[in-house]
Ligand binder design. Structure first.
Ligand code: 5GP
Length: 140
């Protein structure tokens, strides 16, 4: 699928738009979702340009999942999450709204998920949660 380098996450990766980051290395970025479906909703993205999971090189997918696991552990520790929904929407038909592949980590139950990407979260509260997750990541 053709990659649009003006998509929101590409702009976040280039530092053109702000994000509340919890983890970054040379291949992956993890940051808080701006319209969380639950407290602690975090997104993990590979830095390589790919629209959907199917466009992502297997090596990049494998590395990204390692970081997804690490961030999930930190969310569990930091926020006392009892369970985490891992969601990955590939394609607009599946409901994908930002065309850069990403993994949602949502500390919630599938039965309690809120509406997808519709309501802005309290950014101060989200920043505080990010600090907790960052501390837990540093302790891993
Ligand atoms: P998708 O629908 O593509 O699976 O998920 C995109 C996610 O990105 C949604 O959960 C939405 O709330 C989030 N999102 C959209 N725009 C922004 C933004 O500018 N910053 C951040 N941090 N998240 C965003």
């Amino acid at each position: 699928m053709v990659y649009d380098d003006q998509n929101i996450f590409a702009r976040i990766l280039r530092g053109e738009l702000p994000a509340i980051k919890v983890y970054e290395d040379d291949q992956v970025l993890a940051f808080m979702d701006i319209m969380p479906q639950a407290e602690g909703h975090t997104l993990v993205i590979p830095k390589t340009p790919a629209v959907t999971l199917l466009d992502l090189a297997p090596e990049a997918a494998a590395y990204t999942i390692q970081i997804v696991q690490k961030v999930a552990q930190a969310i569990e520790t930091a926020l006392g999450a009892q369970g985490i929904v891992l969601m990955q929407l590939s394609g607009a038909s599946a409901g994908q709204t930002v065309p850069h592949v990403h993994f949602h980590l949502i500390p919630s139950s599938v039965h309690e998920l809120g509406k997808h990407a519709v309501q802005m979260g309290d950014q101060d509260k989200i920043k505080a949660q990010a600090e907790q997750i960052k501390s837990a990541l540093e302790a891993l």
